[in-house]
Design a protein around this ligand. Sequence first.
Ligand code: IPM
Ligand code: MG
Length: 402
Amino acid sequence: MNASQNMTSAIKPFSSSSFSSSSSRFAKKRTDVKAAAKTFAEAKNYNLTLLPGDGIGPEIMRVAKDVLNEVGRKHAIKFTYEERLVGGAAIDAFGTPLPEDTLECCKRSDAVLLAAIGGYKWDTLAANMRPERGLLGLRAGMEVFANLRPAVVLPQLADASSLKKHIVSGTDIMVVRELTGGIYFGEPKGFGTNKKGEKIGFNTMVYSEPEVDRIAKVAFEIARKRKGRLCSVDKANVLEVSQLWRERVIETHKGYKDVELSHMYIDNCAMQVIRDPKQFDTIVTGNIFGDIISDAASMLTGSIGMLPSAAVGSSGPGLYEPVHGSAPDIAGQDKANPLAQVLSAAMLLRYQFGEEEAAKSIEAAVNATLDQGFRTGDIMQEGMKLVGCTAMQEALMKNLSK
Ligand code: IPM
Ligand code: MG
C-alpha cells in the first residue's frame, strides 16, 4: 500500500454524503440539465470561517489558505473566507476568548477551519477566561460532538517516532472522541469547601444515554467503513459513568453486528497503544480519555505536528483543526510544521463537502513533499532537508500545482 492510499483510508471513514449537507441539499434541486449546471456552480462556492488563533496559528493558517486557493483553482471550487478571533487573540482584542460574533460567524458558514489557541501569556488567567475556554465554547456552541482523530504512520516517517519502527509502521488508528460532554462540561463543577473546611475543586463526569448512543453510532459507522473493528475505551471497573457508557455501546452494537466490538479500560489502552498499536482499528471513547489517548497515539506517527482532526455534529458546519497546540515556544520563528493544518483542510473538503478529489490532491501533495525529503524540525531525520514553515509551504505548493 502506498502512502497516499494509506493516509486516505485512515481519514476517510464516512461516505462523502454523510456530512455533506450542502451538496445533498443541492442534489435534490437538480431537475433539468440547466438547473443542474447552475446548482453545480452554486454548490462549488463554499463559505469558510478561518480561526487562526494564537502562537503558530496564523503562520500555519496562511499555508492552509494558500493550499485551499490552489486546490480550488485546480478543481473549480471557490472559497470565500471570513476570519475571526478566538482564544488569546480574542482575549487581547475583546476581553473574551469566544466573542459572540466569532461563534455566529462560525455557525452561519459552511465549515470552520481552526489553527490553535493558547499561550504562556494567558496561562495565569482564571479558568473561565483562558483561551481554552474559547475552544470548548466553540465546540459546544457548534454542537460538534464527534471528534475524529486519525493516527496514521506514514512510511516516510516511520523512523521519526520515538518507538521502534517495526512496532509503529503500518499503524492506522482512528480515535473517535466524544467532544461536547463528559467531565469537560459536566455540572456541578467549581471550587468549594469540604466538611473539614478544606478548599476543594471538583468536576462531574457525566454522560446521558442519548449522548453515548449518538457517538457510538458515529463510531460504528466509521469502523464499518474501515477494518470493521471497534474498541470502546472506558473505566467501567471503577466509574458508574463508564458502566452506562459500556451498556449503551453494547446496545448500539445490536444494529452493527458486522462490526467486531471490544472493550478496554483506559489505563490498559494507554499501554496497548504503545505496546502494539496495530491491534487497533477504530477506538471510541469519552472526552477526557479521548484527549489523552489521541495525544499518545500521535507519538506513534512521529509528530503531533502531522495530525489533522475533524469535529462534526449531526448537521451543520464542522470544525476542522490540527490535534497539536499553538506551540508558543516556536511562534513567529518560521519553524512550525504546517502539515497537520493542511491535512485538516483536506478533511474539511472530504467530510463537509464530499470533495474527495480535492482532498486527495492535498494529501498527495503532502506525500510528495515528504517523499522529496522536506522536513520541519519536529519530524527531522538524518539525510533529510530541514526547512521552516515557509519553505515547506513552497515545496507543497509546487507539488500541488503539478
Ligand atoms: C485538544 C486540546 C484541548 C482539549 C484543550 C486545548 C482545551 O488538548 O484539542 O486535545 O483538551 O480538548
Ligand atoms: Mg488534547
